[in-house]
Write a new protein. Structure first.
Length: 343
């Protein structure tokens, strides 16, 4: 039994621990779940991730209820098939994917998520997965594909997506340098009721102007999209593709925040990651379990406590050791982390 203290890392510890528990077959107890948050314990999106992973791994489960700060997860063998998740809140669909795609490398699954937010608070939007994380995973031989059926925004959600995850054998991912920029693209998205105010156009215009000041020689393309949604909302996601990597950043509409402010937030975050790392700060955290399974290295813009606690959880499940030197994270000791032999 592996014991995890979930106090420091929020929901990320839960997602990493459960995903690795499922892929290795190792039981785990997670305590103090999200204790540092205003609403501690398991919330709706966490619970749905736990339940669907329970089905996927035929696990025994104790303590899984709203507000619970402790669960015991005892997985059995993973199965293939179709997985459907229903989220009744505006919980992030991306965070559900984070927990499912770790065991997804070992078994073929088609995932359908109904409800939740494709652009939600405190989580990367679905376009970050599509434009940044998934292309990097494809470099590792993990060819995940996505179909967005409907978007949803905070606070009502209502998104619907499909994800197709094939079984694979991961390859290492080393990104010592980012290389030259190949493209800068983005998507400025808003609910249809904001079309009269040209919200999406304003977000895109401001972002493009700011990026052109930094990269005057590179064409910048930002797509405008208005969508049917259950409530008013907007967001912006921007991607820099380089010869070796992908960088993403985003910002979400909130009360009192202008379209121009949304653009400024996204661009500032993007430039900070691009200037200081070989992947962006959010993707660096999400890639860690896959690097642990296959090997690799990259430079992170900033080594956060989030990254450190994620590494600590990974090292408890897998016979690996990470090294951090001058913001470069690398796997320095990898014995047998093959998912084929993990059980």
């Amino acid at each position: 039994m592996i014991y995890i203290d979930g106090k420091e890392g929020g929901g990320q510890i839960l997602r990493t621990a459960l995903g690795l528990s499922a892929i290795t077959g190792k039981e785990c107890t997670i305590e103090n779940i999200r204790m540092g948050r205003p609403n501690p314990g398991l919330q709706e999106q966490h619970l749905q991730g736990v339940f669907v992973l329970q089905k996927l791994s035929n696990a025994e489960l104790k303590g899984a209820e709203k507000g619970s700060t402790k669960i015991i997860f005892s997985p059995n063998r993973l199965k293939k098939g179709d997985i459907e998740v229903k989220i009744s809140t505006a919980g992030s669909v991306g965070l559900i994917l984070q927990v499912l795609l770790i065991p997804g490398v070992q078994t073929k699954i088609d995932i359908r998520i109904k409800g939740g937010a494709s652009y939600g608070k405190f989580a990367p939007p679905i376009h970050h997965f599509e434009n940044v994380l998934f292309p990097l995973l494809r470099k590792m031989n993990y060819a995940v594909n996505l179909n967005i059926i409907r978007h949803g925004f905070f606070p009502k959600g209502g998104a619907e997506i499909e994800v197709f995850s094939p079984e694979t054998i991961l390859k290492p991912l080393h990104i010592p340098k980012k290389g030259k920029i190949l493209s800068i693209k983005g998507i400025s998205i808003a609910s249809k009721d904001l079309e009269k105010t040209e919200c999406a156009e304003r977000q895109a215009k401001e972002a493009k102007q700011l990026l052109e000041k930094k990269f005057p020689e590179i064409p910048i393309h930002i797509q405008i999209e208005y969508v049917d949604a259950l409530n008013t909302g907007s967001g912006l996601q921007i991607t820099i593709e380089t010869e070796q990597s992908f960088f993403g950043a985003d910002a979400l509409a909130e009360k009192g925040k202008t379209a121009e402010t949304i653009a400024q937030e996204a661009v500032e975050s993007l430039l900070d990651s691009y200037e200081h790392g070989t992947v962006d700060i959010h993707t660096a955290d999400m890639l860690l379990p896959y690097i642990a399974l296959a090997g690799g290295s990259y430079k992170i813009p900033k080594i956060t406590n989030h990254v450190k606690t994620n590494i600590q959880v990974i090292e408890q499940f897998l016979d690996v050791k990470f090294k951090i030197k001058e913001n470069t994270v690398s796997l320095i000791n990898k014995k047998d982390t093959s998912s084929k032999n993990a059980h």
